[in-house]
Write a protein that binds this ligand. Structure first.
Ligand code: NCD
Ligand code: ZN
Ligand code: ZN
Length: 411
């Protein structure tokens, strides 16, 4: 055995005292007692599964001044995220097999964590479905991207066993302009989200996921259709009243406090399948003028730590957090991750729930260089391990650029 660790770990839905044997990057055993003579590393921290963020924009290729696959993946690692799925709104957009393969090479060269890559729906759908299995459709324009829907394409993706994530906003309901966050909420109003989600029922049947659902009505509509719902931490922790100006500008917008409360209630009830950060970094100087600010906020490093703080405050159960941040995302990507279980990848984070820190921009690692959660309490992991290798040890990054492996979500 390469390593045996012993401590309190999240296993089968609860915290249990166990010995965990790790070899060749995998969990070889989980035992109550260990009698062998190999060295055991005693851990004081709580051992949790690594997080999997199904929605990040690492901007590589095309906008590497905002982020690249190394800085994005390193920022993820510091936040206990050991795998990501990266969105295709790059320059050039990831819509052809050729662009997909080029992006894959970049990610392989730079990522320090495992990664999946979404494609847009273009012409080579069979090949792309074979290669990646996960697609993104924008039902309205957003950063770098216009609306594009092809029913034929959607059918082909589903016929070939692929899955589609949707950015749900309907432009018909958009207003004319806005100068602050409440104005932006009206500019891209809740009806725009609800109607866009409603329109998904007219599209071919298959595994559809509504990304970053931000309103109570949107959530109800998605649930009534049996769609998988993804919620972003900024919609759980912030609302339109935040004094963030352009730094709070994001699509879909920050909503009212009522919506925020409704999202928490749904989260507690178990109505939200996935938490994903929608990590969409833009630079500080781009975000200072509200009207011109590109929408999107960084969050891959702060999502799990914010939620772990909510657990320590008693606001949400640990099992709900782990289900939505690790277990279900792993199932979505068809990988043996997200659980501390024999045969699964040894992707682990070790935390001390008593070590509550305030989020500070200077401690974060995205090229964005700022966070809308500045000053919020969070529980950052002390150690982070990916396939049995430490990426973060005693809060220091010791991971290697380019060690991350591609995850094909193809069934
Ligand atoms: C995202 C981005 O910047 O890439 N922006 C955002 O406001 N969420 C795109 C997106 O997910 O819509
Ligand atoms: Zn989106
Ligand atoms: Zn996004």
């Amino acid at each position: 055995m390469k390593m045996i660790i012993h401590g309190t770990a999240y296993i089968d839905g609860e915290l249990q005292n166990r010995y965990i044997g790790i070899k060749d990057g995998k969990i070889k055993f989980v035992k109550k007692h260990y009698k062998g003579n190999e060295k055991v590393k005693e851990l004081e921290e709580i051992i949790l599964p690594g997080g999997i963020d199904l929605h990040v924009h690492f901007r590589d290729p095309g906008q590497t001044e905002k982020e690249d696959f190394f800085t994005g993946s390193k920022s993820a690692a510091f936040g206990g995220i050991t795998a990501v799925a990266d969105m295709p709104n790059n320059h050039p957009p990831i819509k052809t097999l050729d662009n997909f393969e080029k992006k894959l090479e970049i990610a392989k060269e730079k990522s320090c964590i495992d990664f999946a890559l979404y494609s847009l729906i273009g012409d080579e759908i069979e090949d792309l479905t074979e290669r990646t299995g996960i697609f993104k459709i924008y039902l309205s324009s957003s950063t770098n991207i216009g609306k594009e829907i092809s029913e034929d394409g959607i059918k082909k993706v589903f016929e070939n066993g692929g899955k589609i994530a949707f950015h749900c906003e309907d432009e018909q309901y958009f207003g004319s302009s806005s100068e602050d966050l409440p104005g932006y909420n009206q500019f891209r109003p809740p009806e725009s989200e609800v109607n866009s989600i409603r329109s998904l029922s007219d599209l071919p049947e298959g595994p559809k996921r509504a990304c970053h659902v931000s309103t109570k009505e949107g959530l109800m509509e998605a649930k009534s259709q049996g769609l998988a719902v993804e919620v972003a931490p900024h919609h759980l922790f912030l609302n339109e009243e935040a004094f963030l100006g352009g730094f709070g500008k994001v699509n879909p917008p920050l909503r009212t406090q009522d919506d925020q409360i409704a999202l928490w209630e749904s989260y507690e009830r178990g109505d939200i399948e996935f938490l994903a950060s929608d990590h969409a970094p833009h630079l500080e100087n781009e975000k200072t003028e509200f009207v011109d600010a590109p929408p999107g906020i960084p969050g891959v490093e702060t999502m799990y730590p914010l939620l772990l703080n909510s657990v320590s405050m008693g606001n949400i159960s640990l099992s709900t957090v782990i289900e939505t941040i690790a277990e279900r995302p792993a199932e979505y990507l068809n990988v043996k991750k997200g659980k501390i279980k024999e045969g699964y990848d040894a992707d682990l984070v070790m935390v001390d729930f008593r070590r509550i820190e305030s989020i500070k921009r200077e401690n974060l690692h995205s090229k964005a260089g700022w966070s809308p959660f500045e000053g919020f309490n969070a529980v950052f992991p002390i150690h982070v391990m990916s396939r049995g290798e430490y990426l973060i040890k005693d809060n220091e990054f010791i991971g290697e650029k380019g060690r991350g492996e591609f995850i094909s979500a193809k069934i």
